[in-house]
Each structure stands twice: as structure tokens, then as C-alpha cells.
Design a protein around this ligand. Sequence first.
Ligand code: PLP
Length: 435
Amino acid sequence: MTQWQRSRSYFERARQSLAGGVSSNVRLLAQPFPLFFDRAEGALIYDVDGNAYIDYVLGQGPLILGHSHPAVLDAVNAAMRRGQLYAGQHELEFILAEKLVELVPAAELCRFGLSGSEMVQAAMRLARAVTGRTKILRFEGHYHGWFDNVLISVAPPLDQAGPRERPRPVAGSAGQVESALADFVVLPWNDLALVETLFQEMGEELAAVMLEPMMCNTGAIPPEPGYLEGLRQLCDRYGTLLYFDETITGFRLGLQGAQGRFGVTPDLASFAKAMAGGFANAALVGKREYMERFARDVNHSGTFNSNVISMAASVAAIAELERDGGAVYRQMERIGTALMEGLQELGQRLGLPLHVQGLPTAFHVSFTELTAIRDYRDYAQHCDRELYGRFVLAMLRRGVRLIGRGIWYVSAAHTESHVEQTLQAAEAALQEVAT
Ligand code: PLP
């Protein structure tokens, strides 16, 4: 562990004053312990011991342009000199809202907040106000933030999760109120027949169907052909709102998000991570007739909403993403495809059950004999998570930083040379962990 000596001593010190030594529980899972970082630029991040890593964590997704993108930093610097927070309106708000309306199929009106978690709350409140109903359908393994009423069935222990056909909602944290669970119905992802049956039973009680339009918090599982279309039709038939939580997929799967990529338009959609190139910003967008309720009787507030820095960062980041007809996406698709194919090829060559699936800008790597991971239970039952954990550590030692749950994010700053270095590291790491 000499490679991380200073990080180790910082972590010991941090634990004296910070609960668990971290500020987000997700970071407690980091290998070999939560490391301390000093700076980051492009595709690289440097820890306090001076180790450099090719970064596929990318701030858990937001850094789609890479770290410290000059155009974003310049825009933020210039904007913040004119003040940070007006508690009043400013021009960048409607400039960004107009951009979302132009790009995102579901966006007729927008509201801004700071995090994915918050926008989920706003969406659920709005859906309930619009429909006058309480219950929300969601899917096992999907994450919609850490708040009491949504940290449900994200990674449930299977002995508590009930039958696959009708999972029991399971709270994810001590201290959550059990009564919140009663407002949710949980189903496995990608099984339209089960959704149809549920709608027949209680479609008229459902305010919303809430989903990650590509499941990225467990695996990277795109919707099967016809699945989103089927959800759309059921929602239309029963007067239920279709809500895409695009916190991850927004601006990552393309300028129109997952809804553009898969060709299904929801009633409401939220965006966060990649929308602001590493700064805190989030949006809820949706049909005018629904979103107008925020101007009447549905409350959504926040001191820091649409602050100058967040707005300037988003406007600049989206301009970069749009440049040259989306050249950045073509580059990321090329790099991501090379990584996916290279990893798959390595697995085959070394005779390991290495499985890669998803899309080039967000894909998932696991050790499994399955040929496809279709839902949470496939992942929980059939992926060797302990082996993947050892792989992550072996990669870190070789200068490649990965997320422990297996998703890889690619940025516009990753190059062919990073791919080559990553695959070399992967070959050595796989040989190490397989023996
Ligand atoms: N929704 C989804 C799909 C997410 O992936 C996340 C975070 O990873 C959230 C909501 C919560 O977002 P935040 O961490 O910005 O509160």
C-alpha cells in the first residue's frame, strides 16, 4: 500500500472529523479505501501521492468533457465575476431553458435545481398533483437518489426482495420510514408482460412510471426493443405519467438523451450530471400542461437553484457538446466501442467469462457466464462481484480508475492512446486476478 501512503494518512485524519471520512456514502465503497485527490485534467486524475490515473469514474458521470474543460472553466470564471446568486432572474436561465426545449423532445417547459435527487422529488410531486394519485411504479435496481421515499429496492438483499414477478419494496437505509414504501410498486426491469398485468390490476392508481430509461445503476441495461414504447402506451391508456430519470443518460447518450436515442418521449424527464460539465446543475423538463402547475399550485423551490455558476457551466458545456454537429459524441462512441471490443477480446483470449454490455459512452463490465444481464437479479445472482472488486484494485495499481459497480464512463478527453494503455493494464490485471 506504499503507493497510497499519503492518502492513507489523510484518510485516517479525515475520519476524525468527517463521518466515515467521506461526504457521500458511495465513496465508502472505494478501493482499497477512499483515496484523496489533488488535481484532474482531461481524462487524467492525480492523487495526493502523485499517482496518475486514466479516469473512467468521471465524477460518477458528470465530466463528459473530461476534467477542467477550459471552455467551461472560462465561462464560469467570466460569469461569476458578475455575482453568484441574485435570488432573482437572470438571462442565462432562459438561454439554457431555450436550449433544452430545442434539444430534448419532452421539454416544453423547464425548472432548474441542483441535483438529480431533488429533481426526482419535484417530478414525483408534480405527477401526483397532475393525476391526483399517489402510487408510483419503479424498477428493481434503479436508483433515484438517496431521499427517504426513493432509496427503495436499489440493491436489495435477495432474501428480502420477494418473488421476481412482484418484488417487495425494500428500504436501503436504516432510519427510512416504512410508510414511504407503501407508495411504490416495484417490478423487474425490461419485462413488459409484468407491467401489463400490473396496469390491469391497478393502472388507475398509478401516478407515474419512474425509470432510468437505460438502467445504469445496476449494469448498463438498455431497454429491450418495444419496452419503452409499451410503457408509453400503457401510461397513455391509464392516464399515468411516464417519467424518465435521465440523471445519467441525459447528454451522455446524446444531445437528446435516452429519449432521443430510443425514440420514446416521456411526459416528464430530469437531467443532471452531464448537463453541466462537472458543476452542480439539474433540470426537470416536461409537457407544458403539466409543468405549468409549478406556476400555480405545485411548490418547487431552492436557494441555489439556477445560480450563475451552474447556468454558465451548463450553457458552455452544451455548446461544446453541440460543436461541429456533435463531433464529441462521434469521438466518444469510437473510443467507447474500442474499449468494449478490446475488453471482450481480452476476456476471450484469456479464457475468462468477461462480459461487456451497454452503449459506448456508458457500458458495464462484469464476470458472468450470462450472455446478457437483463435485470437486477441477473446481476445480483450471476455476476462475480468479488472478482470484479479485485479487478478494480488491480487496475488502480496500474493507473486506471474504475467504478466498483462495473459501469465505465467515457469522456470527450479520452483518446486512442488512453484506450491502448487501458487495455494493456486490463490484460495484466486480468492475468493477476484470474490466478
Ligand atoms: N437518479 C439517477 C438515475 C442517478 O443515477 C442519480 C445519481 O447517481 C440520482 C438520481 C441522484 O442524483 P444526485 O446524486 O445528483 O442527487
